[in-house]
Design a protein around this ligand. Sequence first.
Ligand code: GTQ
Ligand code: FE2
Length: 317
Amino acid sequence: MTTICTCPDFAAAADLDQLHAMLEKIGVKNGWNKPTPSLYPEPKQRFVPAHWRFSATREALHAAGRLVGTEWAERRNLILANPIPGNDYATVTTLVAAYQMVKAGETARSHRHTPNAMRVVVEAAPETYTLVDGVNVPMASGDVLLTPRWAYHGHDNRSAEDAYWIDILDAPLVQLLGPMFFEHHPEPFVRAERTEAATPLRFAYQDYLTKLLASDETAPGVRRLHLGPPEIDTFDRQAVHLGSRATWPCERSTANRIFVVVAGEGQSTVGDRTFGWQAGDVIACPSWLAHTHRAKADAVLICMSDAPVMRAFNWLR
Ligand code: GTQ
Ligand code: FE2
């Protein structure tokens, strides 16, 4: 088979319109006809500030608990998709948050995936576990639990109370870059025998709260504690304590953040939006927007941030 060259006669282009039409024929776009980077001296944020109330989603999870079984739903979760047109997943550009509920006596089978995950527990009675690589990790209210990429993990609620928590995953970043892999555990759900309450994958509430309260103030009434070592490369987490009526002003940054309220009450202004919050609530704080957090009553927040990604490529400002 021979192909006949149907190249446009560029030499005959009399004006830009003709040239642009010819460019179409060879499958290229002109780069001079659209806004150049110099017209965007600063990041334009597509995602918006947003807030979700645990009090509302708790009821929704309860109804889902009646209608959706963990035998066929991989996870019974509610995705906190940022409310912008066309988005049904990401909470901020790189991260997704979801509420999840595992009923009393119920299990969610083990799987593994390339996205990294963590959980902030809202309500869980003793003997509620997340299984990581075959070991039970206890879940209690306020605990922060890490599930690094490719670790097998499932959930096992052996208590008599339904358990509620918030998942944070870097799945939107993985989708953006491409390396998305997922596998079920080869066996149906197996209960783990071994329990490890003290592991680098668990930040127990009482432990980190004690350290947080013993740390120096970074602003009047504001204390912050990094929950590390990292274990996860793409996002970090900080516990923040705001004393009653303390205000924590945060400058805009290229890092995207998600806040989870662990305790207390207050209000946050993100960009031009203000949200009143309580324990269990989630706030999306997209990059390059200033934000301020105020406590009405002593409050503990967990702040997840993709700063490690920005820092790795020297884009953190
Ligand atoms: O618990 O393993 O919210 O894999 C989304 C994906 C939770 C989990 C989510 C997940 C999980
Ligand atoms: Fe998972």
